[in-house]
Design a binder for this molecule. Sequence first.
Ligand code: SAM
Length: 246
Amino acid sequence: MSLQVYYEDSFRSENGRSAADFSAEVIYNSKGLANYAMESKSRFLPDLDWKGMTVAEMGSGRGGLGLHLARLGADLTLVDFSPSALEQASQLYAIEGFIPELVEADLGLPDVNLDKKFDLIVDSHLLHCLTSDPERFSYLAFVRDHLKENGIFVAETMVHRKKLFIPDGFMFDQNNILWQMFGEWKPVRRILDSLDLENELNKVGFNITYFYYYASFGFVPHKSFMEIPSEILPAAVRMVLKKKVE
Ligand SMILES: C[S@@+](CC[C@H](N)C(=O)[O-])C[C@H]1O[C@@H](n2cnc3c(N)ncnc32)[C@H](O)[C@@H]1O
C-alpha cells in the first residue's frame, strides 16, 4: 500500500461524518500552531494586512490551521494529495462561508507548480512525512519557489533527540527514517537531528529567520507512541524561513 492510499483511506473512513461534527476538534487541534503563524506574521510581515493576504497550507489535511487565517481575511489555498481530506476541508470552510482554492498534488514529486506565489506558506506536520532526500528537496524547493520576495514559510516539524522509543511494528534506521510494518516495511517519518535539518534548509536556499527547539515537547509520530514519556519521543521545532535573495 502506498502512503497516499494510506492517508486517503484514513480520511475516507471519516467521510460519513458531517463537517459540523468534526469542526470543533479540527479547530481546537490547530489553534496552537495558528497562533504561532499569527505571531510570526506580526513579527516578520508587520506591514501586510491579513485581508487579501495569499496563504497556502501544505499537507493541509482538513485545513484547520488555514481556517483560523481565513477568519482573519486571508485568501487560502490548501494543498494535499488526499482528495477526501480536501473535500472535508471544503465542507469545513463552507460552514463559515469560505471557499479556499483546493489543489490535489503530491508535494514529494519534482516540478509541482501552482502558477501563484504566496505571502505566507504554512506547514503543520507535512515535512516529517516526506522521508527520502529527493522528496524533501522537491518539497522544500517548491515552497521556496512559491514564496513572494518577502514571503515567509512557517512550519512545525519533529526532530530527533538521541533517545527514541520504538514500539513493535516500527523500526528506525541510520538515516533517521521511521518505518512502519503494513505487511511490508514502509517509510513513514523522517526525524532528523535539528542541526541536519538546519543544513538541509540552508542547502535548499532558505535563510533561517527563526528556529526554536522545544525540548520538553514530546511529538507523537503515531498513536502507537501515545503512552510514551516525552523524553523518549521526538522533540518539536518551530521555524520561520525566508528564501535567500541572490
Ligand atoms: C500528519 S498529517 C497533517 C495534517 C494537517 N496538516 C494537520 O496538522 O492536522 C499529513 C498530511 O499531509 C498529507 N501528505 C502526506 N504526504 C504528502 C505528499 N507527499 N503530498 C501532499 N500531501 C501529503 C496527508 O494527506 C495529510 O493530510
